[in-house]
Design a protein around this ligand. Structure first.
Ligand SMILES: C[S@@+](CC[C@H](N)C(=O)[O-])C[C@H]1O[C@@H](n2cnc3c(N)ncnc32)[C@H](O)[C@@H]1O
Length: 349
């Protein structure tokens, strides 16, 4: 995994000797990275930049170097490079492009922003700072919603085919805090009969989601709003009436943990995308307070949270019986940490 959410990397200072050398384009073009004259191959460049990154204490030096060289050669990963790409010497332009991208990585820019795109599920999404970079664990949140969607679709078809005319979408989903559009667009692409409302308080996020939606021609089933759930009226969230599912990967980092985040995050990502306040639950609580008004009866909320949150959310819901919500399941992420909550509306208002 490249760039986890809470890595324990120490403080970093760019090695001035190496950096001075790197600033010279000529340096790169004249060197052949083993010290002998000859053409520069992909492997030479990967090894060279890995060393430079390591010397400058850039995390995930090898992966960073491989991603950058592969990207310049038109491949997703180093291992997927063809034999001919591996053996053909890189042109001067390609070497220069590698150098320019690597210089950004040396400034601790996350690889996802350096490349300007990243894969999430089956979609290659545009990435641009400061919009939050989707994390791999969030892909499991999508799987949980797909499971729920297939059950809801099945019961709709089983119980009342006549009530669901073919033109009616079987599922209406609201995503709160869409960022780059990773969740909303994955759901739209995997659920062809769904409609998604996606909102974010950051204009940059709304714009990036729109660009990504257009990239995959998914915008006709998407309603996108600039909307702050902490301050805007919830009625705006219902262009199609009550929704079946609310999904969110909200800001959930405890405020006191924010200072320990990696330089990549602190320098480049919007901190409001991460900072969940003192208990990490500022936006989570707001979503749950809104849920009874927004959801259909027996509708579901799916949340990604901090591993300390499942118990905290359960206790909080018990203290708020007026919300008629119950925690029906907690799911673990691929590291075995309790990470995803499934909460259901139990009562008709
Ligand atoms: C952790 S990021 C998740 C982004 C995206 N869903 C993903 O998983 O990659 C949280 C997102 O919520 C947005 N956000 C934070 N507070 C919000 C609020 N009060 N109302 C709406 N969106 C908010 C942030 O701007 C950010 O894009």
């Amino acid at each position: 995994m490249i760039m986890g959410l809470l890595p324990h990397w120490g403080p970093v200072r760019v090695n001035p000797i190496k950096s001075a050398a790197l600033n010279s384009h000529q340096f790169l073009l004249r060197q052949n990275f083993s010290g002998k004259p000859g053409p520069v191959t992909a492997t030479d460049l990967v090894n060279y930049w890995q060393e430079v990154f390591e010397a400058n204490r850039i995390p995930e030096a090898q992966e960073s170097s491989e991603y950058i060289v592969s990207y310049v050669l038109g491949a997703k990963t180093f291992h997927s490079l063809s034999a001919s790409s591996m053996s053909t010497p890189l042109t001067a332009e390609q070497q220069e492009q590698v150098q320019q991208l690597s210089a950004k990585r040396l400034q601790r820019m996350p690889v996802q922003y350096v490349l300007g795109e990243w894969d999430f599920q089956d979609l290659t999404l545009k990435m641009r700072p400061p919009v939050f970079i989707p994390r791999p664990e969030t892909e499991d949140l999508i799987s949980l919603v797909l499971e729920e969607a297939s059950q809801k679709n099945k019961s709709c078809v089983d119980n009342a085919v006549h009530q669901c005319p073919p033109t009616t979408p079987l599922l209406v989903i609201l995503e709160i805090g869409c960022g780059s559009g990773a969740i909303a667009l994955s759901l739209l692409s995997k659920l062809p009969q769904s409609q998604v409302i996606a909102v974010d308080k950051e204009v940059a996020a709304v714009n990036l989601t729109r660009e990504n939606a257009q990239r995959f021609q998914l915008e006709h089933r998407l309603r996108l709003f600039h909307h702050d759930v902490l301050s805007s009226s919830w009625e705006q969230l219902l262009p199609w009436g009550p929704v079946d599912i609310i999904i969110s990967n909200p800001p959930y980092v405890f405020h006191e943990d924010m200072a320990h985040l990696a330089a990549e995050i602190l320098r480049y990502e919007h901190l409001d995308a991460l900072d969940g306040g003192n208990d990490g639950m500022r936006v989570i609580k707001r979503i749950l307070e809104l849920a009874p008004y927004i959801l259909k009866n027996y509708g579901s909320v799916f949340l990604e949270v901090d591993p300390r949150h499942p118990e905290m959310v359960e206790n909080w819901l018990q203290s708020r019986p007026d919300l008629f919500l119950s925690l029906c399941a907690t799911h673990k992420d691929f590291c075995g940490k309790p990470r995803f909550l499934h909460i259901q509306k139990t009562y008709s208002r």
